[in-house]
Design a protein around this ligand. Structure first.
Ligand SMILES: Cc1ncc(COP(=O)(O)O)c(C=O)c1O
Length: 375
């Protein structure tokens, strides 16, 4: 074998591999995670609080005793039981686990990968619904919200009538707009849906209402939650709840060991200390009120109501969102410029609620960046 380095070889290999890959994959944009080293990270709705040192130590000891030489087994069932209790899973329903709810989105889409099937979601919404559909070759139809980001009910009903969707995604609260949909509009959508409706409750710890009653009442409604926004984004635990017969079918698609023993143990530990995370969520909710009020006081800024751990705002007419974003970043705070994600989001930035100190830094950085960018 010739082991001499050959400068033409890597590009030959790359060209050969590219010919083997699906052309549509080559046309996709990878999910972008913004580099954040040295910045106050208020861009992707993480819980800003860690565990107190005594709990960190207790968790470390627990994880040290986990049998890493074994495949995940009964502990996964323990976690499912603990989550069922935590979520008050109704009688007759079951729960399946995902490696984050991202994996559940992908598995649900895979389950519906039948020629002719369509999935629908309001847009702007969570990008992974469309991304998963594209990856699976399932048709995705985005239905624009109203200008105030509520469900456009006539447009949703028309899309349901026209496309007879196999699945409708309703993020409740929605991302990046942070709002809960009007409850009577959700009910009309559920009652008109010919297929499944998945209520994606990633932000449930920060919201006034949830969808459990709809799941109890309507057989075709599933509720998906995640431990990410609760405080375990790094642990990757999502869960999907619905009628047992349906969840059992979907569970067949799950890779058998998709949740690691370390993730399961960390999640069990967190659920045993749920009061700690509930206090954190309470503080985030009260900080949200403070941030919302302070942002509203900036002349010309429109701040949208939030039921999540993020706030969406629209900059005054004539302010360049990229410039304001860079001005905030120059002051060491990272937010998300969502203005290019959808026409309805023109001029919008999304900020995650951080610790009280982080939020104070954000507000000062925002005010300064805004002054610099005013026309
Ligand atoms: C609405 C919504 N659903 C699901 C997710 C994915 O969460 P996970 O971390 O569980 O994959 C997010 C993440 O931001 C989200 O905003």
């Amino acid at each position: 074998m010739n082991t001499k380095p050959n400068s033409s070889r890597p590009s030959d290999l790359a060209a050969r591999v590219l010919r083997l890959l699906r052309p549509d994959v080559q046309g996709l944009h990878a999910y972008a995670v913004q580099p954040s080293a040295g910045l106050v990270k208020l861009d992707i709705m993480e819980n800003p609080f860690g565990l107190p040192p005594v709990l960190q130590q207790a968790l470390g000891e627990r994880l040290g005793r986990v049998a890493l030489n074994r495949y995940p087994a009964e502990r996964i069932e323990d976690l499912k039981r603990a989550l069922a209790l935590h979520a008050r899973l109704p009688e007759g329903c079951e729960l399946m686990l995902g490696n984050g709810s991202d994996e559940l989105i992908s598995l649900l889409t895979l389950a519906l990968d039948v020629p002719g099937n369509v999935v629908i979601a309001p847009v702007p919404g969570f990008v992974m619904y469309e991304m998963s559909a594209k990856l699976q070759g399932v048709r995705f139809v985005g239905v624009p919200t109203t200008a105030d980001f509520d469900l456009d009910l006539p447009a949703m009903l028309a899309a349901i009538e026209q496309h007879q969707p196999a699945l409708i995604w309703l993020a409740y609260p929605n991302n990046p707009t942070a709002n809960l949909w009007d409850a009577s509009a959700v009910e009309r959508v559920i009652e008109s849906a010919p297929g499944l409706v998945v209520m994606d409750e990633a932000y449930q710890p920060f919201a006034e209402r949830d969808s459990m009653a709809w799941m109890q009442h309507y057989e075709h409604v599933l509720v998906m939650r995640t431990m990410s926004k609760f405080g375990l984004a790094g642990v990757r635990i999502g869960y999907l709840m619905g009628r047992a017969a349906l969840v059992r079918e979907l569970d067949k698609l799950r890779p058998p060991f998709n949740v690691s023993v370390l993730n399961a143990e960390a999640a069990l530990f967190a659920l045993e200390h749920a009061h700690e995370y509930e206090q954190q969520a309470g503080l985030i909710r009260s900080e949200r009120t403070r941030v919302l009020r302070a942002l509203t006081q900036q002349t010309g800024v429109r701040v949208f109501d939030s039921q999540a751990n993020m706030v969406l705002l629209r900059l005054p007419e004539g302010c360049d969102p990229a410039r304001v974003f860079s001005g905030i970043k120059a002051r060491k705070v990272l937010v998300k410029n969502v203005s290019g994600l959808h026409p309805l989001l023109a001029g919008c930035l999304r900020v995650t609620i951080g610790t009280p100190e982080e939020n104070t830094l954000l507000l000062a950085a925002f005010e300064a960046a805004l002054q610099e960018s005013r026309p």
